[in-house]
Design a protein around this ligand. Structure first.
Ligand code: GDP
Length: 296
């Protein structure tokens, strides 16, 4: 199960703390060293883990905690709050839909991370809310990708816009006029992925954004990739500009690193998470819930 080892490690640290009764600064320091180790083992970015522990230490060494009757419990509470803050705070970051006209969402990411599946998941999510999304096949290089989008789009109940013989920026532009004419209010662009980051891919995404007004660029990253996912996010943000992240496969054997580091490293929040292969397996990402889940 996801986060299991991080959860176990943190539980071990807190158990030890509870055994101390009143806490000394040395107890807290020792505990924070262990928390830091646990975070690093969970593939959390080094600086993120270090800053996190510094913040928790500072708060934990305050009078309120040291003089409290249940200091260990207070430390757990602080860790919970700081984990929540690290992932974006109490309020979930949401995709903003326009009240009028078309909201254009561009999904990008590396191949195999779940982009096409999540385009369809998003379509289904919005259909359930009474919206009329249009899926757009901008991955023209792999015929299989277009076929896959048609299949999952069909399952989601969303039409798929396909235009042969044109480049993705033109496809996006024509899809937007098509959506305007037919009253689709959300346009979801499924763009091409590559096995690794390359300039041609990045350029194409930039060109799409130059041609149509993209309201949100959402990067689809696989949670199981840990810090690699965070590095991919950083590069996409630098080269293309992203507004948020869809963290996929959080149902898998992820260690937590990506979920915990990506906002701190890129400044962009996780907005949705994929929790399974089915089209209904999409959730708004709630930092507080994720923090509680990590703490077990
Ligand atoms: P793309 O190449 O980025 O478009 O990736 P796909 O959408 O084709 O997904 C790659 C694989 O990941 C497929 O087998 C999906 O079923 C699977 N997948 C996508 N999202 C999730 C998820 O949230 N959880 C799990 N377990 N599998 C997922």
């Amino acid at each position: 199960m996801a986060f299991e080892s991080l959860t176990d490690r943190l539980a071990g640290v807190f158990k030890k703390l509870r055994g101390h009764g009143k806490l000394s600064e040395a107890d807290i320091k020792a505990a924070m060293r262990e928390v830091r180790m646990a975070l690093l083992e969970a593939d959390v970015n080094y600086k993120v883990a270090k800053d996190f522990c510094a913040k928790v230490s500072e708060r934990a060494m305050g009078q309120e905690v040291m003089e409290s009757l249940t200091p260990a419990q207070q430390v757990v509470k602080i860790v919970n709050e700081e984990l929540t803050a690290l992932m974006g705070g109490e309020e979930a970051a949401r995709v903003q839909l326009k009240s009028k006209g078309q909201t254009v969402l561009m999904l990008c990411g590396l191949q195999g991370n779940g982009k096409t599946t999540h385009a369809a998941k998003l379509a289904k999510y919005y259909i359930k809310q009474g919206h009329h999304p249009l899926l757009v096949a901008c991955d023209i290089y792999r015929p299989a990708a277009i076929e896959q989008l048609k299949v999952v789009g069909g399952q989601a109940g969303a039409p798929v816009f396909v235009l042969e013989g044109e480049k993705p920026p033109v496809i996006a532009q024509k899809a937007l006029s098509y959506a305007r004419d037919r009253g689709y209010d959300i346009v979801i662009l499924d763009t091409a992925g590559r096995l690794q980051i390359d300039d041609v891919l990045m350029q194409e995404l930039v060109q799409i954004k130059e041609r149509v007004e993209v309201d949100e660029t959402l990067l689809v990253v696989d949670a199981m990739a840990g810090q690699d996912a965070v590095n991919v996010a950083r590069t996409f943000h630098e080269k293309v500009g992203i507004d948020g992240i869809i963290l996929t496969k959080t149902d898998g054997d992820t260690r937590g690193g990506a979920a915990l580091s990506v906002l701190a490293v890129t400044g962009k929040p996780i907005k949705f998470q994929g929790v399974g292969e089915k089209l209904d397996d999409l959730e708004v990402f709630h930092p507080a819930r994720m923090a509680s889940r990590i703490l077990g």
